[in-house]
Design a protein around this ligand. Structure first.
Ligand code: 0X9
Ligand code: ZN
Ligand code: ZN
Length: 418
């Protein structure tokens, strides 16, 4: 009898597909105005299974800053009731998460001949896309493996630039450090497409590709990305096992060797901002760091995340400003202005610690302290209406506008060679 029960339990777990999850889950937004309200949120986070979207963990919640979080259906009405009782106003950003998640999977089509850059793609499609775009543009694109993931998948880099035989200055850009931020890999792919298609006709892109190489990692956290397609759309971390815990994964953007785990990260493997067992414990993080360490001519580092519409630069691990703060601020302001020109999308910008929240172990701070003086994190669309579940209809406008910001930074970098 017991065995039978166990078997049917296993069957139910295995039958779980992405669409079945999140039925009735809500995403709420609120802003704690005082210590009591702040404490309330932290208490609730301890007793209920709450998924923090922005900021990404309860420790990062502060007064007078908005918080977006997903509440499981079972808890939703109880939380809403308690919020009303203590007079904390909230907004329902997403009424039923399941409906939005399902839409994302419905829209997937696999039988088109031309690669559709206005859709989200699963890993195997991205992998064959890399092979194809390399083969189609042999004078512009090379394809390398920079390491393997915890589950032994390949982590790839595309070098995009006119091949000259010499080592050119380079801009390193990675996407998909966080699994659920699907717009990020979509942007890296868009960028490569734009580069190869506009080389020779677009003046800016031609100058850029003649004078520098873009080193692009379309998906860093491949295991996590796959898991967000197959099992849990809202997965953030890597998929490495944690000895002594049933919880899986490390936050790759808390795992870099930049004042590792000192602030804004968690030592608990069950938390979304778990910093890992040591700096660079994650193979994915080591792969990125090794690639940057071994390539001598990297002038700028850009990492693509979502959501919040922000352009961030060091530091996030301290409130102190780096030596070239004024220059970084100038570049970020102009990048954000260029971006806004296209569709009017507004971005905020500034040092990570004050603009989003203080947190250590991030790739931007690490790259900066390694010696790459132009280091930026982009948080793409939106500001919370869809959050991580950004509809495919927004891929094109998001990527188009982001191109302008990246091209501005790249142009700045080649015109300021020091
Ligand atoms: O918390 C993060 O890792 C980033 N935000 S996200 O919502 N995509 O998770 C912001 C990273 C800012 N930079 C550092 N913390 N170093
Ligand atoms: Zn020109
Ligand atoms: Zn992220």
């Amino acid at each position: 009898m017991e065995g039978h029960l166990l078997l049917s339990f296993v069957a139910v777990v295995l039958a779980k597909v992405p669409g079945d999850q999140y039925a009735g889950d809500k995403v709420l937004r609120l802003k704690p105005n005082n210590e009591q309200q702040l404490q309330f949120i932290r208490d609730v986070a301890q007793t209920m299974k709450i998924d923090f979207w922005q900021p990404s963990s309860p420790e990062l919640v502060t007064t007078n800053r908005t918080v977006d979080f997903r509440v499981p259906a079972d808890w939703a009405s109880s939380i809403q009731y308690r919020l009303q009782k203590i007079g904390l106003k909230y907004e329902v950003l997403i009424d039923n998460v399941k409906t939005l998640v399902e839409k994302q999977f419905d829209q997937v089509d696999r039988n088109t001949t031309r690669y559709n850059y206005e859709k989200y793609h699963e890993w195997t499609e991205i992998e064959s896309w890399m092979s194809k775009i390399t083969a189609e543009h042999p004078t512009l694109v090379s394809w390398f493996r920079i390491g393997r993931t915890y589950q032994h998948r390949s982590i790839y880099i595309l070098r995009v630039g006119k091949k000259t035989g010499a080592v050119k200055p380079a801009i390193f850009m990675d996407c998909g450090i966080h699994a659920r931020e699907w717009i990020s890999p979509a942007f890296c792919q868009w960028f490569v497409k734009e580069a190869v298609e506009s080389y020779g006709s677009n003046c800016t892109m031609t100058i850029l590709l003649n004078n520098l190489d873009f080193l692009i990692v379309p998906v860093v956290n491949v295991d996590g990305y796959i898991y967000s397609w197959t099992t849990d759309r809202l997965w953030r971390k890597t998929r490495s096992r944690n000895p002594g815990s049933y919880c899986v994964g490390t936050d790759a953007n808390r795992n870099f060797d930049a004042k590792w785990c000192s602030i804004g990260s968690s030592r608990n493997p069950c938390d979304e901002t778990y910093c890992g067992s040591r700096a660079e414990s994650e193979k994915e993080v080591r792969a990125v760091a090794n690639a940057i360490r071994s390539y001598k001519a990297i002038k700028a580092y850009i990492t693509i995340h979502s959501y919040s519409q922000m352009c961030l630069f060091p530091y996030s691990y301290t409130y102190s400003l780096p030596p070239n703060h004024k220059e970084l601020n100038f570049i970020a302001r102009n990048a954000v202005m260029a971006l806004k020109d296209l569709h009017g999308t507004q971005y905020t910008y500034g040092p990570g610690a004050i603009t989003i929240y203080p947190s250590a172990g991030g790739s931007d701070d690490w790259a900066y302290d390694f010696g790459i003086k132009y280091s930026f994190t982009f948080e793409l669309r939106d500001t919370g209406r869809y959050g991580f579940l950004l509809p495919e209809s927004q891929i094109k406008p998001t990527c188009e506008e982001t191109m302008l910001a990246i091209n501005y930074i790249a142009t700045y970098v080649i015109t300021h060679p020091h």
